[in-house]
Design a protein around this ligand. Structure first.
Ligand SMILES: Cc1ncc(COP(=O)(O)O)c(C=O)c1O
Length: 413
C-alpha cells in the first residue's frame, strides 16, 4: 500500500482558501482523504487526476458536459416550494428536485462527467459499484450512450431488494455481477470493483459513484455534483428574494449529493449545512478515523479495526463509511451530521407523497425525516427556511415499502 502521493502542482491562493476548493495533489481534506491504494493502482489514480485536471479547465469539455446534462440529463432541475408541508411544519421547505433528473437521481451528473472523461482517456469499458442500483443504472445508461462495455458490481442482498434496478441495468446492456462476500452490500461491491480495476486498468475506467475512494475521486465527484449546489443557490435566491436558505439538508451515504449541494453554499453563505445519515450506517456519529477503500475517513469499526456492518432500510445509505471531505467539514465545524431511523424514514416517505405528491427515494426520505423531526425546535425555528436536496425518486422503493407496511414492520430483511 502507498500513502498519499505528492506531485508538481500548486494551488492558486483563492482555490486553497476556499472551504470546498481544490485539495491539491495530496487529495487531503485536513487529516482525511489521501490515496491509499495498492502500488498497481497508483499510476491509474495519477493518470485520472491529471486527465480530470486538464478536462476541468478545458472549455470544450465543459461545454460538452453542460450540453449533455441539459439535453440528455434534464438539467437544470427545479427547486419546488412545498406549500402544504411548509404550512404543517411551520418552516418554509424547498426541495431541489434531483428526482427529476434522467434515470431518477443525482447520480447521472457524476456519471456523464466520468464517462466523457473515460472516453477522452481512450477507455472502452466502464465498471461501477452500486448499492440502491441508482449509480449502476446511471453508469449503464452512460455506457449505452457512449457505446461502452459496462459491468456493475452489486451485493446479493441489494440485488434482491432493488430487483427492478437490476433489470433496468440489464435492459441498458450492462452485466450485473452479484457480490456474495461480507455483508453482500455496498462495501463488498466496492471491494470487487477495485479488484476488477487492478486487473483491467489499461482498458477500464472505474466509475466510482460517490465522494469516496482514493484521490482524485472524492474531489472529482464533488466537482461533478457541484452543479446541484450552484443551481440551488441561484434558484433559492430567486425564491427567497436574494437570500440563502437558513438550513441546507441532504442525505449522506458516501456523501455525493450532500457534497455537491454543500459546495454551492459552503463558501460565502451562513447557511447551516446538515448531512443526514442512516442511523444504522452513521459513520459520522459512530465512526472513528481509519482507512478503507483507498481513503482515510470516519468509519464504523471495532477496536481492532474490523469494519462493522451497516444496517439500513435504504440500500444507498447502507455503507459503514462516508466521504473524507465530510469528515473534514465536521472537524472544522462547517457542516453537522445527524441521523434518521428506519421508522421515521418510512413515515417521511409516506408524508411527502401525501402532502406534496412527490414520492422520494428512501435515501432522500432521511433528509425529509430529519426536517420533520426538528421543525419548530431551535435547530430549525418556526419561520425559518430549509432547502432539502431530494436526491432521487422513490419508484425503485415502492415495492419494498409496500412489503414493509403490509408486514407492519420497518426492517427490510
Ligand atoms: C437516490 C439516492 N440518494 C442518495 C444516495 C446516496 O449516495 P450519496 O451519499 O453519494 O449521494 C443514493 C445511493 O445509491 C441514491 O440512490
Amino acid at each position: 500500500m502507498s500513502g498519499p502521493h505528492s506531485g508538481p502542482h500548486s494551488l492558486s491562493e483563492s482555490e486553497s482558501e476556499l472551504i470546498m476548493g481544490d485539495p491539491g495533489p495530496s487529495g487531503r481534506f485536513g487529516e482525511f482523504g489521501g490515496r491509499f491504494v495498492p502500488e498497481s493502482l497508483v499510476p491509474a489514480c495519477m493518470e485520472l487526476e491529471a486527465s480530470f485536471r486538464r478536462a476541468w479547465i478545458d472549455p470544450a469539455f465543459r461545454r460538452e458536459l453542460d450540453h449533455l446534462l441539459h439535453s440528455y440529463g434534464g438539467r437544470p432541475t427545479p427547486v419546488t416550494e412545498c406549500l402544504r408541508l411548509s404550512e404543517e411544519l411551520g418552516v418554509r421547505v424547498l426541495l431541489k428536485r434531483e428526482d427529476l433528473a434522467h434515470t431518477g437521481s443525482h447520480k447521472i451528473n457524476n456519471v456523464v462527467g466520468q464517462a466523457l472523461l473515460a472516453r477522452r482517456m481512450g477507455k472502452k469499458r466502464l465498471i461501477a459499484e452500486t448499492g440502491a442500483g441508482q449509480h449502476g443504472v446511471a453508469t449503464a445508461t452512460a455506457a449505452a450512450l457512449f457505446g461502452m462495455e459496462c459491468v456493475v458490481y452489486m451485493g446479493a442482498v441489494d440485488m434482491e431488494r432493488q430487483a427492478l434496478n437490476v433489470f433496468r441495468m440489464e435492459l441498458l446492456g450492462a452485466e450485473v455481477r452479484s457480490v456474495e462476500s461480507g455483508s453482500r452490500t455496498l462495501k463488498d461491491a466496492v471491494n470487487e470493483a477495485l479488484r476488477d480495476w487492478v486487473a483491467s486498468v489499461d482498458t477500464t475506467h472505474y466509475c466510482l459513484g460517490s465522494v469516496m475512494g482514493p484521490h482524485p475521486y472524492p474531489w472529482m465527484v464533488r466537482e461533478l455534483q457541484r452543479v446541484v449546489g450552484d443551481e440551488s443557490r441561484a434558484q433559492c435566491r430567486e425564491i427567497l428574494d436574494g437570500k440563502d436558505p437558513d438550513v441546507v439538508v441532504a442525505c449522506a451515504g458516501g456523501g455525493s449529493n450532500a457534497a455537491g449541494t454543500f459546495a454551492g453554499f459552503a463558501d460565502g453563505t451562513s447557511s447551516v449545512l446538515v448531512g443526514v445519515e442512516a442511523a444504522g450506517g452513521a459513520a459520522m456519529h459512530n465512526g472513528i478515523p481509519g482507512v478503507l477503500h483507498g481513503m482515510r475517513s470516519a468509519l464504523m469499526q471495532d477496536e481492532s479495526g474490523q469494519i462493522l456492518e451497516a444496517e439500513s432500510i435504504s440500500a444507498g445509505l447502507d455503507y459503514p463509511g462516508i466521504g473524507p471531505e465530510h469528515a473534514h467539514l465536521a472537524a472544522i465545524g462547517r457542516a453537522r451530521y445527524e441521523t434518521a431511523g428506519d421508522t421515521e424514514v418510512v413515515e417521511a416517505f409516506q408524508r411527502l407523497s401525501k402532502t406534496e405528491g412527490i414520492i422520494p427515494a428512501l435515501e432522500s426520505a432521511h433528509a425529509v425525516a430529519w426536517v420533520i423531526r426538528v421543525a419548530g425546535t431551535e435547530v430549525l425555528p418556526t419561520g425559518s427556511t430549509v432547502l432539502i436536496t431530494l436526491s432521487g425518486r422513490g419508484d425503485k422503493d415502492v415495492a419494498q415499502v409496500r412489503d414493509i407496511l403490509r408486514r407492519g414492520e420497518t426492517t427490510p430483511r
